[in-house]
Design a binder for this molecule. Sequence first.
Ligand SMILES: *Cc1c(COP(=O)(O)O)cnc(C)c1O
Length: 472
Amino acid sequence: MRAEKNSLYQQLPQVGEFLASAAGQELLRRHPRPIVLEAVREAIAELRNEIARGSVTESVLAMEIEGLPRRVAAGLGVREHRALQPVINATGVILQTNLGRAPLSDAAIESVAAVARGYCNLEFDLDSGKRGHRGARVEELLVQIAECDAAESAGLVVNNCAAATFLALNSLAEGGEVIVSRGELVEIGGGFRVPDILRKSGARLVEVGTTNRTRIQDYADAVTPETRLILRVHRSNFEITGFTEQAELRELVQLGADAGVPVMVDQGTGCILPLHEYGLGRQSSFLEAVKSGAALVCASGDKLLGGPQAGVVVGQQSVIRKLRRNPLYRAFRVDKLTIAALEATLLAYLSGQPDSVPVARMLRMPAEMIRSRCGQWAAALSTASVRATVVPTDSVVGGGTTPGATMASFAVMLQSPQMSAEALAAQLRHLQPPVIGRIHEDAVLLDLRTVDPAADDALVVMLRATLDGAVE
Ligand SMILES: *Cc1c(COP(=O)(O)O)cnc(C)c1O
């Protein structure tokens, strides 16, 4: 028995042998060598195991060896499937950190591609032919977007808003005190907690007020000669309602001016759009924070601004200079791809074309248009085994931006008598591209606000084919 198995093992190809074959060469042309190598090793090992178990015997071995390229290709498929890939966000949550936050505009994608493909003048001044300043143009655009005076204000771009906050605290308040309301000692998510960041930056936290109420007098009473900064943190992912009070930002700025202490706003969302016009109520605005006279305002590039991951900062020139001179700035700086994408995104707003930014487009998409698209999807997707109907729902902005605020929307509701909503949702997640919906009361909801209308036709064809074969 053992001798027989040994002779079967000997018939298996070596990894090198397989790679040299026509099938191996073909796979190498289409996939990275290390991945092919791993898949070939795994496929041969699998076959060895089957021989060991006795499920592959002499009579079928030749056939199995012939089928080896198919095994390897399947393994490659699984490996590529695990990698970062585009998905269809049908959750109705416009900004989901898990799904990569903001999709970029076409102009931003083109800018990224253009500078990625070759060299660019990242730190090179084309006029003088000498070394230039990284991100100079995008910093100017930030000042313009914030409607600030270029003679007094400056912009700065770093890796993300968390980095901006840390850099600012370290640059302005290391060894000193920072006053923060107890209602703003928040966790933004992903382990970013204001008190921890503050401690790590080398500043001492001075908490004032209570969770629900902090008055301007609480701040005033806490100012000492050691005070370096008054910090306002936008509550971007939760609400405090009921018996509440919060000092106005302009009161903080006035207090800071009187006491000679700068005020910093971790605004977070980077919102420059009039969200109240889209039915989202009064929301924190990047522009208002800057206009309040705060010394420094920071926000994310990939939240409501709709750009790439970045931390954008606008502030007084003297303050921005301190941040730029901090050696940590070098550790937090952004690359050419981010600068290219951010520049194109800011230019879209400055040239009056907010609708070219997908996040802005989704925010402004009328519910009626979503209803009519859902109607077309539902008509095409109803099969013998799956019921597709149009239901009203609420989209949310998400991603730590506008807690509690929703927008009226519509969704395609998929229900199957033979399959649980979980099973159906899992099937949609395994499509190519994966479709991510929401489960609600044993149905899968696809909110089309967050799906690009240009993809509707192709998605309907793909889903129809899946749902036809959904239930055996
Ligand atoms: C989102 C958010 C952050 C973190 O921003 P990142 O760009 O993800 O680092 C910090 N502060 C506030 C108020 C936020 O809303």
